[in-house]
Design a protein around this ligand. Structure first.
Ligand code: NAD
Ligand code: GLY
Length: 368
């Protein structure tokens, strides 16, 4: 039987329901009616997801008396760009989508980030609903209002904080998600488990082993992400405590670096974060913050998510150089997210970590 879980969030500037319920995309019409007063709905998706779920979602809107139109964008990270944004806002204008109408993002994080940004800027902001269809988008990108696009000078560097009106999670859609995408999503779940504490980490392990209630695991992951966003919606530069939104970048400095030096071709983002978690745990141990058994636990759980593309052939000095261009550089110093224990993140200025230790850790992790 379907279980309905509602996470009622207070996200700084706004509050919105996040529902987790098997089969809920069929009921999207009623949810949309509560979110906007207009009758037009612009669905943003890609051909793959639209082919799988577009008809169900479109029919659900029609049954609720709404008028859906669909805009398809290219599939993949490289389409999260200005050109796609332009074609999306043009589509909205040409279809006379008004301020009382609604945008719906149907897809993974690429669709969600781009459609959310279009919603933030079109007519200076219209309502939008996220229907995340990947594990990563369900537990991470659809929650918290970070929207945006990639630029030649870096990923996610143009965007807006713009919260959706609702997030509708239908776990059934994961049945068609390829194995690598499941692994990538689970790596982000391990990240959130490691940051939250032993309970969420254990729930993540259980979900990997098909033990326990999957919907509850999703709900607790979402609750954790929402709690961090509520405390620091705009990732304030000055906030550096354990509740800072920056902590969600755990595993990302090494992750981004290996994505960059392999020209974004070898790893899915979540897979790179998986390696990044192992790196950050190892670095935390070298700095005498994290105990050996907790490093081992994190290693084990990351490896249980699936087989990650290997690190072999990556030049350690290129990785070290890539750290300098990380978004988490504040002024001239990189801020590292490390662990003092499971559930005990710390934000460490790069100036406090000797280059020698960074280089040693990179070499050790790559050569394993
Ligand atoms: P994605 O959106 O590229 O989706 C992965 C692949 O799965 C795509 O090929 C997609 O077409 C396919 N797909 C999606 N749902 C499917 C389904 N149910 N069945 C079959 N195939 C399906 O990748 P992603 O991992 O969801 O998202 C990555 C993006 O999210 C990146 O751009 C990243 O920057 C962004 N992100 C944003 C935030 C945030 O807070 N806004 C957080 C993390 C990641
Ligand atoms: N995924 C990082 C954040 O939402 O802040």
């Amino acid at each position: 039987m379907a279980e309905r879980i509602n996470v009622n969030t207070r996200m700084g500037s706004s509050s919105y329901p996040i529902s987790i319920e098997a089969g809920s995309i069929r009921m999207i019409g009623q949810i949309a009616e509560r979110s906007a007063s207009g009758s037009n709905v612009a669905i943003v998706s890609n051909a793959k997801v639209d082919g799988l779920y577009g008809a169900t979602v479109t029919n659900a809107f029609r049954q609720a008396g709404l008028k859906p139109v669909t805009h398809l964008i290219g599939d993949g990270e490289r389409f999260k760009n200005f050109k796609t944004l332009e074609s999306t806002v043009k589509f909205l204008g040409e279809n006379k989508i008004s301020r009382t109408d609604l945008i719906v993002a149907l897809g993974g994080g690429v669709v969600g980030d781009l459609a959310g940004f279009a919603a933030a800027i079109y007519l200076r902001g219209i309502r939008f609903i996220q229907i995340p269809t990947t594990l990563l988008a369900m537990i991470d990108s659809s929650v918290g209002g970070k929207t945006g696009i990639n630029m030649d000078f870096g990923k996610n560097l143009v965007g807006a904080f713009y919260q959706p009106s609702a997030v509708v999670i239908d776990p059934n859609v994961l049945q068609t998600l390829p194995k690598r995408e499941i692994t990538a999503g689970f790596c982000e779940a391990v990240k959130q488990g490691a940051l939250s504490g032993p309970k969420l980490l254990k729930q993540t392990e259980d979900a990997l082993n098909n033990i326990g209630q999957f919907d509850r695991f999703l709900a607790d992951q979402v609750r954790f992400k929402a709690s961090i966003v509520a405390a620091d919606e705009r990732e304030s530069a000055a906030k550096t405590d354990a509740k800072s939104r920056k902590i969600l970048n755990f595993g990302h400095t090494f992750g981004h670096a290996i994505e960059k030096v392999t020209r974004y071709r070898r790893f899915k983002h979540g897979e790179a974060v998986g390696h990044g978690i192992i790196f950050a745990a190892e670095l935390s141990k070298k700095l005498e913050l994290l105990a050996e058994d907790e490093v081992k636990l994190l290693n084990d759980v990351v490896h249980r998510t699936g087989s990650l593309p290997p690190l072999h052939g990556i030049d350690p000095s290129e990785v070290f150089e890539a750290f300098k261009f990380d978004k988490k550089n504040i002024g001239k110093s990189l801020q590292w997210i490390l662990l003092e224990g499971i559930g005990k993140p710390v934000v460490k200025p790069g100036s406090e970590i000797p280059d020698r230790i960074l280089r040693d850790t990179i070499r050790a992790v790559i050569s394993r």
